[in-house]
Design a protein around this ligand. Structure first.
Ligand code: OAD
Length: 248
């Protein structure tokens, strides 16, 4: 039951005293919106496919049609999904603390659709497309039968504007995320297995600088032992309670 989720008073006091709260989210926050996570044993995206087959530049060069169609399927799924109570609570949290930074590894755009401002997207945006050769970013392209379609400017194949394994994260986004981790008083890590770098190192940077670390995840992760508060529940249940306690 929502109201039964027990949030320690000390955490509420820390958050009320914080000048800057930073948050890192992963696929788990969108699970309650029906968007599959990656590493869940039976249902995760990587349980059915390997990242090397679908989420690397080499995979795209080997089989661009397969990769395009897989992302087209995910794009469609995400378009039909709605933000859940966890996304909504984080949008509200932004207005409850003096400074707030929301960093996400998700490419689904659900934080933005829930009303969160200035979301730092470390892994790109699945709704955007860019071309493989020159990285021209497009929001539409001429109708054609070709799969994938090609860039109207340079003719190279189109791909999703997401970060693949072996690629660099967008530099400005990473820089802002690191600066937030290093300057926040409280860092919340929500719905991430904390296995993919460099995102997974952000909470530890915050800890090194003396921030309070809070984890929201029904499962333990490599970060759990560093967390001052490990809230073992679903984001859509824990975060609304956290926000309502902060308002109280
Ligand atoms: P993962 O699938 O690795 O981890 C999802 C985490 O969410 C797990 O730790 C779950 O226990 C947790 N979880 C599940 N349901 C939850 C809920 N309702 N509330 C809170 N937590 C829940 O996803 P990420 O950590 O986001 O990168 O994966 C990181 C990156 O690896 C992704 O951005 C993607 C992937 O490969 C790229 O594609 C480059």
């Amino acid at each position: 039951m929502l109201d039964n989720f027990d949030i320690p008073d000390l955490l509420i006091q820390n958050m009320k005293a914080a000048r800057h709260v930073a948050v890192l989210t992963g696929a788990g926050i969108s699970a309650e919106s029906g968007v599959p996570t990656f590493r869940e044993a039976q249902t995760g995206l990587w349980a059915r496919y390997s990242p090397e087959e679908l989420a690397t530049p080499q995979a795209f060069q080997r089989n661009p049609q397969l990769v395009w169609e897989w992302y087209a399927w995910r794009r469609e799924l995400v378009s039909r999904a709605e933000p859940n109570l966890g996304h909504v609570a984080l949008a509200e949290l932004a207005g409850l603390v003096p400074q707030f930074t929301l960093i996400t590894q998700n490419v689904d755009g659900l934080h933005q659709r829930a009303g969160s401002p200035n979301v730092i997207c470390l892994h790109g945006n699945i709704q955007e497309t860019k071309c493989f050769a020159r990285e021209h970013v497009l929001d539409n392209w001429p109708e054609s039968e070709a799969v994938p379609p090609t860039c109207p400017t340079c003719g190279s194949l189109l791909r999703p504007n997401v970060v693949w394994f072996g690629e660099n994260l967008p530099a400005a986004a990473l820089q802002t995320a690191v600066a937030a981790a290093e300057s926040c008083d409280v860092f919340l890590t929500i719905g991430t297995s904390a296995l993919v770098q460099p995102a997974a190192s952000l909470p530890l940077r915050a800890v090194e600088r003396g921030a309070t670390l809070v984890e929201v995840n029904p499962q333990a992760t490599p970060l759990t032992r560093f967390a001052d508060f490990a809230l073992a529940g679903a984001a859509g249940e824990v975060l609304p309670v956290l926000v309502s306690r902060l308002k109280g």
